[in-house]
Design a binder for this molecule. Structure first.
Ligand code: HEC
Ligand code: HEC
Ligand code: HEC
Ligand code: HEC
Ligand code: HEC
Ligand code: HEC
Ligand code: HEC
Length: 331
């Protein structure tokens, strides 16, 4: 189902072009003639609303600008759209099935990344994110587009020299914290997998994060300490952040970093989400309160007792004087 007013008229116009000038549609024009113009959204069977628009200019400027659409969209070689999984390499079909949960509309296109970036794919597959998808069969872990953004607009991680700006890529130094944060800031994800909530907030409050946000260079960002494609759980002995591996990690920038120094970094927040320090702190407050009120009460009661004692002794003296007065010797 395509929504949007101009869709029918643009399709008629396209049909007219296709009929009268087939030679125009070499390579990507045969796809962009529609997808460059289509502005509506498309409701997938899974109920996701997907834009059918492909920005031809941005695609041309991307790292894949020279590729044909069908290098990735292997199902679309014979336009109109071919039956899925026909004549597609077996490996791609298989990967496509495994990552279906990460795909909105064309799992084969997403799996096609692995044709040309095989080594990176293997690394991602073995990472904590890949294991989430391939072993646990969940769809929460990060796959290519979660970090690299729109498939048609991928630019070099280092930014486009002389244009596009340093921040053009979601995996650039400037944007990577926000990119990882898209998932790692989500409380639902943190609770489901048992990692600290508010990691981004904690990073932002750290010495590193504060300087980073002031525009500092060469500060460690998420990927400096965790890697990018091969990220491991912090409990994995091979992780860069595991135990004494940190001496090497921190030592890159902090000469002479030792066991004590490397313990300085943790994302654990002090809050309800991290119960031990939270309730320890609350307990301490209650304890201090009890001690202070206890002391105050003690002082007050003691004062009160003293006053009573004084009053009583005075009265007793007076009574003694009164009762024993007549019988005092010598009277
Ligand atoms: C005549 C216009 C037209 C042309 C040419 C065209 N498409 Fe489409 N395409 C559409 C429409 C309309 C949809 C919306 C879904 C549908 O109706 O199948 C769509 C959907 C898609 C989708 C979303 C998945 C799906 O099947 O619903 C992809 C991916 C896609 N097209 C890729 C391509 C590629 C690659 C080419 C070139 C080989 C191409 N299209 C050529 C009109 C076109
Ligand atoms: C580098 C691989 C690659 C190339 C080249 C490529 N695409 Fe895609 N395309 C993808 C991926 C991956 C998706 C997202 C698939 C998913 O989430 O299921 C996608 C999604 C789409 C969609 C669905 C809507 C959307 O934006 O998610 C359309 C339509 C589409 N592509 C058309 C094109 C056209 C037209 C071209 C050529 C100008 C093209 N693609 C080139 C990989 C590619
Ligand atoms: C968890 C985030 C993340 C995921 C998932 C991810 N990447 Fe990357 N990718 C990065 C970062 C960050 C960089 C920047 C360079 C670096 O730090 O290694 C990068 C760099 C790259 C590069 C260029 C540099 C190089 O190493 O050659 C390519 C190509 C690439 N990624 C492809 C992919 C493909 C293909 C996938 C999916 C199989 C993928 N990436 C999945 C974060 C990710
Ligand atoms: C047909 C082969 C092919 C396919 C399929 C393909 N790529 Fe690429 N990719 C390339 C080439 C070639 C480059 C440019 C390398 C260069 O300029 O150094 C590139 C560059 C990249 C970069 C740029 C890295 C950087 O920072 O320089 C990323 C990221 C990337 N691809 C991700 C993907 C993703 C994600 C997919 C799947 C949606 C994909 N590629 C599909 C061939 C491909
Ligand atoms: C200076 C290095 C450093 C930086 C920068 C860093 N981390 Fe960590 N990260 C660590 C260390 C060390 C651990 C192990 C912590 C522990 O044992 O308490 C860790 C643990 C984690 C964990 C799992 C344990 C937990 O507390 O949940 C996640 C998830 C994580 N980091 C994500 C991130 C993200 C996202 C970023 C970017 C905002 C980031 N890290 C930036 C060093 C770093
Ligand atoms: C699409 C969402 C998503 C994105 C984007 C993402 N992650 Fe994750 N990450 C997850 C999920 C989900 C897990 C838990 C996987 C599991 O345990 O099955 C995880 C796990 C981790 C762990 C291991 C936590 C542990 O217990 O030790 C680290 C470290 C980590 N991610 C770092 C990063 C970094 C760095 C980035 C950015 C380059 C990033 N992630 C981007 C979703 C994401
Ligand atoms: C990419 C380089 C880099 C890495 C890796 C790195 N740091 Fe830092 N760190 C810095 C910079 C730069 C500063 C700011 C120094 C300043 O202001 O004088 C800093 C500041 C600090 C400070 C504040 C006190 C001080 O010494 O200035 C501590 C503590 C610290 N880092 C701990 C760590 C720990 C622990 C690790 C490893 C888990 C680590 N850092 C990894 C670059 C790094």
């Amino acid at each position: 189902m395509v929504h949007g007013k101009g869709v029918l008229s643009s399709l008629l116009w396209i049909g007219f072009l296709l009929f009268f000038a087939p030679e125009v549609f070499g390579d990507n024009l045969s796809c962009l003639i529609c997808h460059g113009a289509l502005k509506g959204t498309y409701m997938t069977r899974a109920g996701l609303s997907v834009s059918l628009h492909v920005d031809a200019k941005k695609f041309a400027a991307s790292v894949h600008g020279d590729l044909e659409c069908t290098f990735c969209h292997l199902n679309y070689i014979d336009n109109p759209h071919r039956d899925p999984e026909e004549g597609i390499p077996e490996g791609i079909v298989e990967t496509g099935r495994a990552i279906a949960g990460k795909s909105r509309i064309d799992p084969v296109a997403l799996a096609a990344c692995t044709q040309c970036h095989g080594e990176i794919f293997e690394e991602v597959k073995k990472s904590v994110h890949g294991a989430n998808i391939f072993v646990k069969k969940e769809s929460d872990g990060a796959f290519c587009l979660d970090c690299h953004g729109n498939a048609h607009e991928i630019v070099p991680a280092k930014g486009i020299p002389g244009g596009g700006g340093e921040k053009a890529s979601p995996v650039s130094y400037e944007r990577i914290v926000a990119t990882c944060g898209r998932c790692h800031e989500k409380k639902s994800v943190s609770l489901k997998y048992g990692f600290s909530t508010r990691i981004i907030e904690r990073y932002n409050e750290s010495f590193h994060g504060k300087k980073y946000h002031l525009g500092g260079k060469n500060l460690p960002v998420c990927t400096t300490c965790h890697g990018s494609h091969g990220i491991r759980s912090h409990q994995d002995p091979k992780a860069m952040v595991f135990g004494m591996n940190k001496v090497k990690l921190c030592g890159q920038c902090h000469k002479g970093a030792n066991e004590k120094f490397v313990a300085a970094i943790t994302h654990k927040p002090v809050g309800r989400d991290n119960p031990i320090p939270y309730y320890a702190e609350k307990g301490l407050i209650v304890l201090t309160f009890c001690v202070i009120t206890g002391c105050a009460l003690h002082i007050i009661l003691e004062g009160f007792a003293s006053i009573l004692w004084v009053l009583r002794t005075r009265r007793r003296c007076r009574d003694d004087v009164r009762t024993t007065g007549s019988s005092l010797p010598g009277q």
